[in-house]
Design a protein around this ligand. Structure first.
Ligand code: PBG
Length: 332
C-alpha cells in the first residue's frame, strides 16, 4: 500500500499544508522567470507608444522603444521576446510581398533588439496575415487558402527573419509541410543554428479577438480560419500534428490558446517529452484584466495561478503578455 492510501488519521493531508515552509517543501511545480516568453507589438515611427484598448496594459511600440523594452526584459531575466508587427494598411497586398521585405517593421525590430539586448532570444511569427489584404495567414485564390504556394512564401519570410538575426522562428500559419520546408531552407542558407518553435496545435479560436485588434487585422479578415486552424473539439489530431512537426524538424512545439487547452498540453508532454509551450493568448489576458479592473477578481493572484497551471499541465514555458509583470513579482 502506498503511504498516501493509509487511512485517517495515519494520513492527514492537512499536516503538510499547515505552514508556508511545509507548503513550499511539498510544492510539485514552480513558476520561474525562465518559463516566460513575452509577446510584443511593434509599430512604425520613433518614440511612439500607444495602448491597445482591448488589452489593458499592453502597448504598441516603435522599434526604438521595443529595443528599450527588450533591454528591460533582458535585465529581468526573461529569456525570450516574440515580435508581432502592426502593419500599416497601405502595406497590405494580395501578394503579401512586405512579409519577406528584409527591412519590414518586424525585421528592423529584430536587428534593433539584437543590437540593444544581445542576450535575449528573439522569436518571430511566421504567417501572412499582417501583410495580407484579406487578413488570412495564407494566400487566397478563388476564395480558397492555398497551401503549397503559401508555404513557398513562408519560407521566404523565414529566411528574411533568420537573416535579420531571429533566434526562434515561430510558424503560426498551420499550413501543411511548412516546418520541413523551413528547416531545409534554413539549413541550406547556413542558418542551422536558428531554432523553430512550431505553433503545432493551433485552434480556430475566438480567444484571438483582442490580438487581431492589436495588429490591425480585425477589419481585414474576411471569413474565418477554420480550414487551416484546428477544430476545438479535437484532441487526437493535436498529437498527430505535434508528431508531424517534430518529425519535420521543429525543436519546440506550442499549443494555442492556453488555459482552455491544458488537457492538450498534458497529452503532448506525456506523449513526446519534447520542449512544450503554451500561448496564453490575448483573449485570456483580456478576461483577467477586465475582471480585475472591475474589482471582481484579484488580478495579480489570478495571473500567477493561471501561469502555474501551465507548469502543472507539463509546459516548459508560456507566451504571456504578463511576462514583465510576473518577472518583477518573481524577482521580489
Ligand atoms: C497570426 C497569429 C494570431 C495570434 C498569434 N499569431 C492570430 C490568428 O491566428 O488569428 C494570436 C495571439 C493572441 O491572441 O494573443 N497567425
Amino acid at each position: 500500500m502506498r503511504p498516501s492510501q493509509a487511512a485517517f488519521p495515519a494520513t492527514r493531508f492537512r499536516r503538510v499544508r499547515q505552514s508556508d515552509a511545509l507548503r513550499r517543501l511539498v510544492r510539485e511545480n514552480e513558476l520561474s522567470v525562465n518559463d516566460l516568453i513575452w509577446p510584443v507589438f511593434v509599430r512604425d515611427g520613433e518614440g511612439q507608444e500607444e495602448p491597445v484598448p482591448s488589452m489593458p496594459g499592453v502597448m504598441r511600440r516603435s522599434v526604438d522603444l521595443i529595443a528599450k523594452a527588450a533591454t528591460e526584459a533582458q535585465a529581468l531575466g526573461i529569456p525570450a521576446i516574440c515580435l508581432f508587427p502592426y502593419t500599416d494598411p497601405s502595406l497590405k497586398t494580395e501578394d503579401c510581398a512586405e512579409a519577406w521585405n528584409p527591412d519590414n517593421l518586424s525585421n528592423r525590430a529584430i536587428r534593433a533588439i539584437k543590437q540593444a539586448a544581445p542576450d535575449i532570444a528573439v522569436m518571430t511569427d511566421v504567417a501572412l496575415d499582417p501583410y495580407n489584404i484579406n487578413g488570412h495567414d495564407g494566400f487566397v485564390v478563388d476564395g480558397e487558402i492555398v497551401n503549397d504556394e503559401t508555404v513557398e512564401a513562408l519560407v521566404k519570410m523565414t529566411l528574411a527573419q533568420a537573416d535579420a538575426g531571429a533566434d526562434i522562428i515561430g510558424p503560426s500559419d498551420m499550413m501543411d509541410g511548412r516546418i520541413g520546408a523551413m528547416r531545409a531552407a534554413l539549413e541550406k542558407a547556413g542558418h542551422s543554428r536558428v531554432t523553430i518553435m512550431s505553433y503545432a496545435a493551433k485552434y480556430a479560436s475566438a480567444f484571438y479577438g483582442p490580438f487581431r485588434d492589436a495588429v490591425g487585422a480585425s477589419g481585414a479578415l474576411k471569413g474565418d480560419k477554420k480550414t487551416y486552424q484546428m477544430d476545438p473539439g479535437n484532441s487526437d489530431e493535436a498529437l498527430r500534428l505535434i508528431e508531424r512537426d517534430l518529425t519535420e524538424g521543429a525543436d519546440m512545439v506550442m499549443i494555442k490558446p492556453g488555459m482552455p487547452y491544458l488537457d492538450i498540453c498534458r497529452r503532448v508532454k506525456d506523449t513526446f517529452g519534447a520542449p512544450t509551450y503554451a500561448y496564453q493568448v490575448s483573449g485570456e489576458y483580456a478576461m483577467v484584466q477586465a475582471a480585475a479592473q472591475n474589482g471582481w477578481i484579484d488580478g495579480e493572484k489570478v495571473m500567477l495561478e493561471s501561469l502555474m497551471a501551465f507548469r502543472r499541465a507539463g509546459c516548459d514555458g508560456v507566451l504571456t503578455y504578463f511576462a514583465p509583470t510576473v518577472a518583477r513579482i518573481l524577482q521580489g
